[in-house]
Structure formats: structure tokens, C-alpha cells
Ligand binder design. Structure first.
Ligand code: HEM
Length: 418
């Protein structure tokens, strides 16, 4: 069923409304429950209380892009860009081209409005999520406040502090604006970023981007837990969209939080984490499990039980040693080690060729959504003692304020400019 046939069958509005009627995540979840495996025709509503792509059941593929705004861009130009991005994203997520007739339209003298490679492909669960980096709010010196937004900077939106072991590459770090495109078809995700980058021409330039395959997290209890490139189940203890109280407490910026324009939004942390998998693959199974704190097969905590049993960090083995080592990843990342903090993880595996030693340039493109960047900072600091670090290298890093959702007729981030 092609995009056009699909729309002919259901109508663009109906396809979107089917998912959006009862509001974003909950209906998306219902659909996931009903459908089980990803349904290529699935279209998530673009409009709603929150941006899609956060509590939406994690799709299989990712194309993430961070942009620098061009020096000539001013406030009106930024609003124009966000408006154009909004209009395109609202269509793309429903399986439509960038513009009506975009792929085939245009005169003989102008390139088509849509690049065309998603023609014939259904919506594939595409979500497009936008965020603002610290640079949008100036450098705090007034002079660089091109958009007149310095006074509206979220006090918590600062470049992340340096963490122990960071080996950040400037070209893979930071960005004024970000777009997360997730879909169950990689061509659909890439098509979205390609066309949104093209729309930004002369206004914002791609700084870095990341393709991801194989989600490393579940964001819905209806999803089976996937595995990361260490071969372990990842996402077991994640915040799931069905945990409404936890989502409200740990993921969404509340109306009572500062600044009020970010209510219903979240903070996104992106970390490109190289995994030295060749070294990992020489580690004995028992040691791998000790480093994670869970069994490799079932993903059960080493203190016993099955995958979803709560870990018991006090449980001891016959020698009196804790069954889950205090330096195990789950011990240090667990809320009990971090003042109760949780986050919604939404990362992806990546393999980007190989290095000069013939090792795969592979890893985890870690994405997490939280009500405050401090949640990530606290857990990442706790992970300084993580035994896994011997096999990890953080090479890219960025943080963004992700505004709340919008109604039809608004542009993404509109509340920031009110
Ligand atoms: C849990 C792997 C990086 C935060 C887990 C689990 C695995 C895992 C296998 C257990 C299953 C689960 O509950 O999802 C990895 C790998 C990483 C990595 C391979 C790097 C390549 C990070 C980072 C953070 C983080 C950078 C945040 C700073 C967490 C949290 C949990 C978790 C909060 C749940 C802990 C719990 O409540 O039990 N991770 N992780 N992880 N990880 Fe990571």
C-alpha cells in the first residue's frame, strides 16, 4: 500500500486522527498493544499536548540531526524556519510529501519540493521531535542574543559539565537546534531529516547527525525488551509510557517549573557512546554479567527472579559478597543510588564503519528525556565508578530543551516567542 493509496483509503486526517483522537501516547500505546509488531501504516498524530517521539513506543530506526543556526539568522528568520519545519513535519508524519504534490510537482525549471525517495512508502510510525540547544538563548553576553531569547533561557539549559572519562569530539557535540526522526523504516527517517535540512538551507546547517538501528529501549510495556550491542537486554527498568505518575514526575516539565513556556516539554540528552566491542567479546560471560548486574539471557537481576523482578542490592551470595556488585551498571544507575531519579531512555545502536585498527566503530547512541538535565548529570556522575567504562568512550554530547506539543495552526516552540 503506497502513501497515496493509504491516504486514499483512510484520508490523511483520519489516519492521524485514529492515533491522535485520545491524545498522543495513550492511544499510540493502545495501537501498539493491539498491533504488536510495528504496522507500516501506523501514523502518529503530530499535534497534541506533548511532542510525539518521547513516550511514543520506540520505533526501530533513528536519524538524529543537530544544527547550527546561520550567523545571519534573526528572530523572524528563526520563527520562519520553525514554521516551515512544523508544516513539513505535520505532513511527513502522516506519510505525505513535504508539500502537496511535492515529489512530482514544481515547474520544469525548479527542483521538486520533496526529494522523492519516500514515495510509495507508508508513514512507518514516523515521529519528528524538535529541540532548542543552549546557543539559541545567546551566550549570556547580550551581544550574541540574536534571537532576543536570553531572558527566556531555561536556567537548567547549560552545556553538560565535563564527566570523568569524556573524550568528546567537538564535531559530534552541541548544536543550536535538534531534530529526532524515528520510524520503523530507515528510509522514512532519513527522508525526513534530508528534507528538513533542505528546508533549513541558508538558515541552519547540519552540525552532526547520527543514524541508529535497533532501539535499545522500550518505552511501552507492550514492547519486548530489545538488546544493545553488548548483547544485553536494555530498557527493562525504563520509564514506560503507561506509568503515568512516573512520566509526570520524571519526564515532563511541569507548569509549576521554570520557565513556563517549556511546560509539557522535556530535556533531551544525547550521548554518542562508542563501545569497544572487540574487547568486550573477550570477556567471560560471568564477568560480563557482573559488570551489568543482570543475566545476559533473561536480563534478570543477579539477585534472582526474572527480568522484571526488582534488583535486591543487599542480597549476598555464599561468600558474603553482594550478588550484584556495587560497581555494576544497574547498581549505580538505579534510582536507589541517585536520590530516586529516573529518566526515559530512548537510545539506538549504531555501527559507523570501522577504525584504522579494524575495530567496528560501534556503540550506543544514548538518548534520554527528563524533566531536568540534573537527572542525567546525577546518574552519569554516579556511573563514574561503573566497571563498564573500561569498554566505553563517550565521544559526542548535547543537551536540548524540547518544547511541549502544539495545536494545529501553531508552530513548534511557539510558546517560547509569546
Ligand atoms: C540500565 C546498558 C549507558 C542509565 C541498563 C541496563 C543495561 C544498560 C544492560 C539494564 C537493563 C535496563 O534496565 O535497561 C548500558 C550500556 C550503556 C549504558 C551498554 C553504554 C553504552 C547508560 C548511561 C546512562 C544509563 C549513559 C545514564 C547516565 C541507565 C539507567 C538504567 C540502566 C537509569 C536503569 C537502572 C535501573 O533502574 O535498574 N543500562 N547503559 N545507562 N541504564 Fe544503562
Amino acid at each position: 500500500v503506497s502513501r497515496r493509496q493509504l491516504l486514499g483509503l483512510f484520508g490523511a486526517g483520519a489516519a492521524g486522527a485514529a492515533v491522535g483522537a485520545a491524545g498522543g501516547a495513550s492511544v499510540a500505546t493502545a495501537l501498539a498493544n493491539a498491533a504488536g509488531a510495528p504496522d507500516p501504516a501506523r501514523a502518529y498524530a503530530f499535534h497534541g499536548a506533548h511532542q510525539a517521539g518521547i513516550t511514543t513506543p520506540a520505533q526501530d530506526r533513528l536519524h538524529f540531526a543537530a544544527f547550527d543556526t546561520d550567523p545571519s539568522l534573526d528572530r523572524d528568520g528563526l520563527i520562519g524556519l520553525l514554521t516551515d519545519w512544523t508544516n513539513a513535519a505535520a505532513r511527513l508524519t502522516q506519510g505525505l510529501e513535504v508539500e502537496e504534490g511535492g515529489a512530482v510537482g514544481g515547474s520544469d525549471y525548479a527542483p521538486p519540493a520533496d526529494t522523492g525517495e519516500a514515495q510509495g512508502l507508508p508513514a512507518s510510525g514516523l515521529t519528528i521531535t524538535f529541540g532548542f540547544g543552549p546557543g539559541v538563548f545567546g551566550a549570556g553576553d547580550g551581544a550574541s542574543d540574536r534571537f532576543g531569547l536570553a531572558a527566556r533561557r531555561p536556567p537548567l539549559l547549560e552545556p553538560l559539565p565535563r564527566f570523568q572519562g569524556d573524550a568528546l569530539v567537538p564535531e559530534l557535540t552541541g548544536g543550536d537546534l535538534c531534530i529526532q526522526a524515528c520510524a520503523d523504516d530507515p528510509q522514512v527517517a532519513v527522508h525526513a531529516i534530508r528534507n528538513l535540512s533542505r528546508i533549513a538551507f541558508g538558515r541552519a546547517t547540519l552540525r552532526w547527525s547520527q543514524l541508529g538501528f535497533g532501539r535499545t529501549s522500550s518505552t511501552s510495556t507492550a514492547q519486548a525488551t530489545p538488546r544493545n550491542l553488548f548483547g544485553f537486554k536494555d530498557g527493562t527498568a525504563n520509564v514506560k509510557s503507561e506509568e503515568q505518575a512516573a512520566v509526570d514526575e520524571h519526564v515532563w516539565v511541569a507548569a509549576s517549573d521554570e520557565p513556563s513556556w517549556l511546560a509539557g516539554g522535556s530535556y533531551l540528552v544525547a550521548r554518542r557512546i562508542r563501545m569497544i566491542i572487540e574487547n568486550w567479546d573477550r570477556v567471560q560471560l560471568g564477568e560480563q554479567e557482573q559488570l551489568v548486574g543482570r543475566s545476559k539471557g533473561a536480563g534478570a537481576p543477579l539477585s534472582g527472579g526474572t527480568e522484571f523482578t526488582e534488583p535486591d542490592f543487599a542480597a549476598e551470595g555464599p561468600t558474603g559478597a553482594p550478588l550484584i556488585a556495587p560497581t555494576a551498571h544497574v547498581a549505580l544507575a538505579h534510582p536507589s543510588a541517585n536520590g530516586g531519579t529516573r529518566m526515559l531512555r530512548r537510545g539506538y545502536n549504531f555501527v559507523d564503519g570501522n577504525d584504522e585498527l579494524g575495530r567496528l566503530d560501534a556503540g550506543l547512541f544514548f538518548l534520554s528525556y527528563q524533566r531536568s538535565p540534573q537527572q542525567f548529570i546525577d546518574v552519569q556522575r554516579s556511573l563514574a565508578a561503573d566497571g563498564l567504562n573500561e569498554y566505553l568512550k563517550h565521544v559526542g554530547s548535547a543537551v536540548f530543551a524540547v518544547p511541549g506539543g502544539i495545536a494545529e495552526g501553531e508552530f513548534v516552540g511557539q510558546a517560547l516567542f509569546a
